[in-house]
Design a protein around this ligand. Structure first.
Ligand SMILES: [Mg+2]
Length: 264
Protein backbone atom coordinates (compact mmCIF):
# COMPACT_ATOMS: atom_id res chain seq x y z
CA UNK A 1 0.00 0.00 0.00
CA UNK A 2 1.45 3.41 -0.89
CA UNK A 3 2.31 5.58 2.13
CA UNK A 4 -0.10 8.24 0.83
CA UNK A 5 -3.00 5.88 1.61
CA UNK A 6 -2.54 6.57 5.33
CA UNK A 7 -4.18 9.95 4.67
CA UNK A 8 -7.11 11.37 2.73
CA UNK A 9 -5.82 14.94 2.53
CA UNK A 10 -2.51 16.75 2.23
CA UNK A 11 -1.24 20.26 2.71
CA UNK A 12 1.73 20.43 0.35
CA UNK A 13 4.49 23.04 0.18
CA UNK A 14 5.61 24.11 -3.32
CA UNK A 15 9.27 25.30 -3.37
CA UNK A 16 11.61 22.37 -2.81
CA UNK A 17 8.73 19.86 -2.93
CA UNK A 18 6.94 20.32 -6.25
CA UNK A 19 9.58 22.41 -7.98
CA UNK A 20 12.98 24.01 -7.54
CA UNK A 21 12.91 27.41 -9.19
CA UNK A 22 11.03 26.63 -12.40
CA UNK A 23 12.22 23.03 -12.64
CA UNK A 24 9.84 20.33 -11.42
CA UNK A 25 11.27 18.03 -8.76
CA UNK A 26 11.60 14.75 -10.72
CA UNK A 27 8.54 12.56 -10.17
CA UNK A 28 6.55 15.18 -8.25
CA UNK A 29 4.06 16.13 -10.99
CA UNK A 30 3.25 12.47 -11.62
CA UNK A 31 2.92 11.80 -7.88
CA UNK A 32 0.49 14.70 -7.47
CA UNK A 33 -1.58 13.51 -10.43
CA UNK A 34 -1.69 10.03 -8.90
CA UNK A 35 -2.84 11.41 -5.54
CA UNK A 36 -5.60 13.48 -7.18
CA UNK A 37 -6.76 10.47 -9.22
CA UNK A 38 -6.91 8.47 -6.00
CA UNK A 39 -9.28 11.09 -4.57
CA UNK A 40 -6.83 12.71 -2.16
CA UNK A 41 -7.64 16.28 -1.25
CA UNK A 42 -4.70 18.61 -1.80
CA UNK A 43 -4.25 22.22 -0.73
CA UNK A 44 -0.90 23.78 -1.59
CA UNK A 45 0.58 26.05 1.08
CA UNK A 46 3.50 28.29 0.21
CA UNK A 47 5.32 31.02 2.11
CA UNK A 48 6.22 32.46 -1.30
CA UNK A 49 3.75 35.18 -2.40
CA UNK A 50 5.74 36.27 -5.44
CA UNK A 51 3.06 34.75 -7.71
CA UNK A 52 -0.74 34.82 -7.59
CA UNK A 53 -2.61 31.57 -6.88
CA UNK A 54 -3.88 31.68 -10.50
CA UNK A 55 -0.27 31.77 -11.75
CA UNK A 56 0.73 28.84 -9.53
CA UNK A 57 -2.33 26.92 -10.77
CA UNK A 58 -1.26 27.57 -14.37
CA UNK A 59 2.27 26.37 -13.67
CA UNK A 60 0.89 23.23 -12.04
CA UNK A 61 -1.47 22.65 -14.98
CA UNK A 62 1.55 22.92 -17.30
CA UNK A 63 2.99 19.95 -15.39
CA UNK A 64 -0.24 17.96 -15.66
CA UNK A 65 -1.56 18.78 -12.17
CA UNK A 66 -5.09 20.19 -12.41
CA UNK A 67 -6.23 22.18 -9.38
CA UNK A 68 -8.21 25.39 -9.04
CA UNK A 69 -6.56 28.54 -7.67
CA UNK A 70 -8.61 28.20 -4.46
CA UNK A 71 -6.48 25.13 -3.76
CA UNK A 72 -3.34 27.27 -3.50
CA UNK A 73 -2.86 29.35 -0.38
CA UNK A 74 0.06 31.77 -0.22
CA UNK A 75 1.42 33.53 2.83
CA UNK A 76 0.60 36.76 1.01
CA UNK A 77 -3.11 36.32 1.76
CA UNK A 78 -2.65 35.97 5.53
CA UNK A 79 0.14 38.55 5.62
CA UNK A 80 -2.14 41.14 4.03
CA UNK A 81 -4.85 40.32 6.56
CA UNK A 82 -2.44 40.72 9.48
CA UNK A 83 -1.23 44.03 8.04
CA UNK A 84 -4.82 45.27 7.84
CA UNK A 85 -5.42 44.20 11.44
CA UNK A 86 -2.28 46.05 12.54
CA UNK A 87 -3.22 49.24 10.66
CA UNK A 88 -6.92 49.19 9.76
CA UNK A 89 -7.62 51.58 6.89
CA UNK A 90 -4.09 52.94 7.13
CA UNK A 91 -1.08 52.97 4.85
CA UNK A 92 1.48 50.25 4.19
CA UNK A 93 5.07 50.17 2.99
CA UNK A 94 5.51 46.85 1.16
CA UNK A 95 8.92 45.29 0.54
CA UNK A 96 7.78 42.63 -1.89
CA UNK A 97 6.57 41.78 -5.37
CA UNK A 98 3.45 43.13 -7.09
CA UNK A 99 1.11 40.22 -6.15
CA UNK A 100 1.76 40.92 -2.45
CA UNK A 101 1.13 44.64 -2.97
CA UNK A 102 -2.20 43.80 -4.64
CA UNK A 103 -3.24 41.69 -1.67
CA UNK A 104 -2.31 44.41 0.82
CA UNK A 105 -4.20 47.01 -1.22
CA UNK A 106 -7.11 44.56 -1.44
CA UNK A 107 -7.36 44.64 2.35
CA UNK A 108 -8.06 48.37 2.17
CA UNK A 109 -4.56 49.67 2.89
CA UNK A 110 -3.07 52.53 0.89
CA UNK A 111 0.39 51.76 -0.50
CA UNK A 112 3.03 54.40 0.22
CA UNK A 113 6.21 54.70 -1.80
CA UNK A 114 9.74 54.72 -0.52
CA UNK A 115 9.99 58.51 -0.54
CA UNK A 116 7.23 58.83 2.07
CA UNK A 117 7.91 55.99 4.48
CA UNK A 118 6.78 57.75 7.66
CA UNK A 119 3.19 57.78 6.34
CA UNK A 120 3.10 54.00 6.72
CA UNK A 121 1.33 52.49 9.72
CA UNK A 122 2.63 49.04 8.84
CA UNK A 123 5.71 47.67 7.05
CA UNK A 124 5.22 44.39 5.16
CA UNK A 125 8.30 42.29 4.35
CA UNK A 126 8.67 39.35 1.98
CA UNK A 127 11.33 37.77 -0.24
CA UNK A 128 12.09 40.42 -2.83
CA UNK A 129 14.88 40.55 -5.39
CA UNK A 130 14.75 44.34 -5.62
CA UNK A 131 15.58 44.77 -1.92
CA UNK A 132 18.39 47.28 -1.46
CA UNK A 133 19.83 49.80 0.99
CA UNK A 134 17.25 52.48 0.15
CA UNK A 135 14.31 50.15 0.79
CA UNK A 136 15.95 49.11 4.06
CA UNK A 137 16.32 52.77 4.98
CA UNK A 138 12.65 53.44 4.14
CA UNK A 139 11.54 50.48 6.28
CA UNK A 140 13.66 51.69 9.17
CA UNK A 141 12.23 55.23 8.90
CA UNK A 142 8.67 53.88 8.93
CA UNK A 143 9.35 51.58 11.88
CA UNK A 144 11.21 54.29 13.83
CA UNK A 145 8.11 56.46 13.33
CA UNK A 146 5.95 53.78 14.95
CA UNK A 147 4.80 51.48 12.13
CA UNK A 148 4.02 47.81 12.89
CA UNK A 149 6.12 45.09 11.23
CA UNK A 150 4.55 42.06 9.51
CA UNK A 151 6.37 39.46 7.40
CA UNK A 152 5.49 36.40 5.35
CA UNK A 153 8.07 34.14 7.05
CA UNK A 154 11.44 33.74 8.73
CA UNK A 155 12.63 31.29 6.05
CA UNK A 156 16.35 32.03 5.70
CA UNK A 157 16.72 30.54 2.25
CA UNK A 158 14.88 29.48 -0.87
CA UNK A 159 15.79 26.28 -2.73
CA UNK A 160 16.91 27.03 -6.29
CA UNK A 161 18.71 25.08 -9.02
CA UNK A 162 22.43 25.27 -8.29
CA UNK A 163 21.98 26.06 -4.59
CA UNK A 164 19.82 28.04 -2.20
CA UNK A 165 19.10 31.76 -2.58
CA UNK A 166 18.53 34.23 0.29
CA UNK A 167 14.92 34.02 1.49
CA UNK A 168 12.48 36.32 3.25
CA UNK A 169 14.21 35.68 6.58
CA UNK A 170 17.48 37.12 5.30
CA UNK A 171 15.79 40.37 4.27
CA UNK A 172 13.68 40.45 7.42
CA UNK A 173 16.82 40.06 9.55
CA UNK A 174 18.24 43.22 8.02
CA UNK A 175 14.99 45.11 8.72
CA UNK A 176 14.78 43.78 12.28
CA UNK A 177 18.41 44.59 13.08
CA UNK A 178 18.18 48.08 11.58
CA UNK A 179 14.93 48.92 13.40
CA UNK A 180 15.23 46.93 16.62
CA UNK A 181 11.68 45.63 16.03
CA UNK A 182 10.48 42.03 15.72
CA UNK A 183 8.03 41.08 13.01
CA UNK A 184 4.74 39.27 13.41
CA UNK A 185 4.94 36.27 11.05
CA UNK A 186 1.90 35.28 8.96
CA UNK A 187 3.20 32.23 7.06
CA UNK A 188 4.47 28.85 8.19
CA UNK A 189 5.24 27.86 10.95
CA UNK A 190 2.54 30.15 12.42
CA UNK A 191 -1.07 29.02 12.52
CA UNK A 192 -2.65 31.63 10.21
CA UNK A 193 -1.70 29.92 6.94
CA UNK A 194 -2.56 26.45 8.25
CA UNK A 195 -5.98 27.59 9.49
CA UNK A 196 -6.80 29.13 6.12
CA UNK A 197 -5.54 26.08 4.20
CA UNK A 198 -7.47 23.62 6.38
CA UNK A 199 -10.63 25.69 5.87
CA UNK A 200 -10.25 25.01 2.12
CA UNK A 201 -10.45 21.23 2.67
CA UNK A 202 -13.82 19.77 1.76
CA UNK A 203 -13.97 17.01 4.32
CA UNK A 204 -10.60 15.25 4.49
CA UNK A 205 -10.26 13.86 8.02
CA UNK A 206 -6.73 12.43 8.04
CA UNK A 207 -4.55 15.32 6.84
CA UNK A 208 -0.75 15.44 6.71
CA UNK A 209 1.55 18.36 5.98
CA UNK A 210 4.26 17.65 3.39
CA UNK A 211 7.24 20.01 3.15
CA UNK A 212 10.99 20.33 2.76
CA UNK A 213 11.74 22.82 5.55
CA UNK A 214 11.85 21.55 9.14
CA UNK A 215 11.62 24.98 10.77
CA UNK A 216 8.49 26.08 8.91
CA UNK A 217 6.67 23.18 7.19
CA UNK A 218 7.27 20.50 9.78
CA UNK A 219 7.28 22.66 12.93
CA UNK A 220 4.19 24.45 11.66
CA UNK A 221 2.38 21.25 10.74
CA UNK A 222 3.04 19.90 14.22
CA UNK A 223 1.77 23.15 15.74
CA UNK A 224 -1.42 22.73 13.74
CA UNK A 225 -1.86 19.20 15.13
CA UNK A 226 -1.10 17.42 11.85
CA UNK A 227 1.07 14.48 10.96
CA UNK A 228 4.11 15.76 9.06
CA UNK A 229 6.07 14.33 6.15
CA UNK A 230 9.54 15.69 5.38
CA UNK A 231 10.77 15.36 1.79
CA UNK A 232 14.50 15.56 1.17
CA UNK A 233 14.17 17.21 -2.27
CA UNK A 234 14.79 20.74 -0.98
CA UNK A 235 16.05 22.65 2.04
CA UNK A 236 16.61 19.59 4.24
CA UNK A 237 18.12 17.45 1.51
CA UNK A 238 21.56 16.06 0.86
CA UNK A 239 22.21 18.43 -2.08
CA UNK A 240 23.42 21.40 -0.05
CA UNK A 241 20.23 22.22 1.85
CA UNK A 242 20.61 24.46 4.88
CA UNK A 243 18.53 22.46 7.39
CA UNK A 244 19.85 19.13 8.66
CA UNK A 245 17.32 16.50 9.81
CA UNK A 246 20.09 14.74 11.74
CA UNK A 247 20.73 17.66 14.08
CA UNK A 248 17.32 19.39 14.12
CA UNK A 249 15.10 19.18 17.20
CA UNK A 250 12.10 19.07 14.87
CA UNK A 251 11.19 15.46 14.10
CA UNK A 252 8.64 14.73 11.35
CA UNK A 253 6.22 11.80 11.50
CA UNK A 254 7.82 10.43 8.37
CA UNK A 255 10.79 11.26 6.12
CA UNK A 256 10.91 10.32 2.43
CA UNK A 257 13.24 11.18 -0.44
CA UNK A 258 10.57 12.99 -2.44
CA UNK A 259 6.85 13.12 -3.25
CA UNK A 260 7.16 10.19 -5.63
CA UNK A 261 8.13 7.93 -2.72
CA UNK A 262 4.70 8.50 -1.15
CA UNK A 263 2.79 6.93 -4.04
CA UNK A 264 5.22 4.13 -4.89
MG1 LIG B 1 9.71 24.63 0.66
Amino acid sequence: MPLSDNYDGFLIDLDGVVWTGREPVPGSPEALATMLEAGKEIVFVTNNPSKRPEEYAERLAGMGVQVGPERIVTAGIVTARLAAEAAPGGAALVLGFEPLKELVAGEGLRLVDFEEPTEAAVVVVSGWREFDYMSLLAAKRALDAGAALVATSHDATMPMPGGEWPGTGAILAAVEVASGKKAEIAGKPERHLFDLALSRMNGAKRVAMIGDRLSSDIAGGQGAGLDTILVLSGTSGPGGGSEDPATSDVKPTLTVANLAALVA
